[in-house]
Design a protein around this ligand. Sequence first.
Ligand code: HEC
Ligand SMILES: [Cu+2]
Length: 353
Amino acid sequence: MSLLTILLQVPFLPEQASSFAQEVDMFYLSLWALTIFFSVAVAVAALFFMLKYRRRRIDEIPEQVEGAMALEITWTVIPFLISLFIFGWGAKIYYQMYTEPKDAMEIYVTGKQWMWRAQHPDGIREINQLHLPLGKRIKLTMTSEDVLHSYFIPAFRTKADVVPGRYTMTWFTPTKAGTYHLFCAEYCGTQHSGMIGNVIVLEPSEYQQWLAGGPKEASPSATGQKLFASLACNTCHYDKDGGRGPSLAGVFGSQVKLENGTTVIADEGYLRESILNPGAKIVAGFQPVMPTFQGQLSEEQVLQLIAYIKSIGAQEGAVAAKPAASPAPPTAKASPAAPTTQAPAAQGGQKKD
Ligand code: HEC
Ligand SMILES: [Cu+2]
């Protein structure tokens, strides 16, 4: 049994409840182990040399040393390699955490002074709680209604800033059923310390039961579809080309040519900007006639419109069949028991939100 495996048993860390937890802990404890090793080695060597080369006679003059190339190179190269190793390992974990996962169940999270709202793919909403199915890859798309917050689940070893005016993403696979702490980890005002909640990881069947037991709500994309009609987006954006605005079917994840000759990937951030600040990037071949919807929509509604725009891509099966630009994380495994991410739009009793 190595020292690390023994250290990993020590209960001074939170439970390990996600696919990231073990490696993050290994990394963290390795840094500790390295630090302790070198601190002790330096202290012991210093003591040893203090004693060994102490002055023995009052008029003793030590022999001069004229440098030692081999020694200099050794103690430069070894720390250099160690720091490169630390960098490489850290970068690998970072890359996994910040690369969009494939086939993940997507949950929308909005932070607000001082609570967390979440909406599941089939429409169920919750506040300061997050119910998750065990073993399923989960992606959170997050934004804030007001100030900076940060979504921190210690047992998952994930923490991501939640930023007003843009989307941030975090993902994980829960690996252990149970109830875990959820914290806001970015000071956000008087009741920041109360902006806490629970993450509840359920067996997949229990999760389905939990979903079924909740109030029937329209999925984000179904609500988005209604908004799309009630805000009259569909007077300019048709299913087919020929409207005053481009058809939005299949736009998500595609490359959009802009009037200024550049191209952008239509990710969530781009769709958001196109709705709230249409003048910022004009699609090639169109007039800048789209009105801004800034100030007229809550963050949740913007997310619902985006969910709808994503879903029309998926249904047409056209361009959007091509995955979003970012590569899959290297550790990606297909999870066979996965329920579909896009809940059928018309499912359930469609009660109003
Ligand atoms: C008056 C007509 C009009 C209305 C109403 C309108 N749009 Fe647009 N929209 C446009 C035009 C024209 C463009 C292309 C020029 C540009 O990029 O601003 C566009 C571009 C977009 C884009 C970028 C599309 C792409 O292919 O890159 C999105 C997304 C979008 N609109 C969403 C919406 C949503 C959601 C609504 C309703 C809340 C809406 N639009 C209402 C005219 C409109
Ligand atoms: Cu907060």
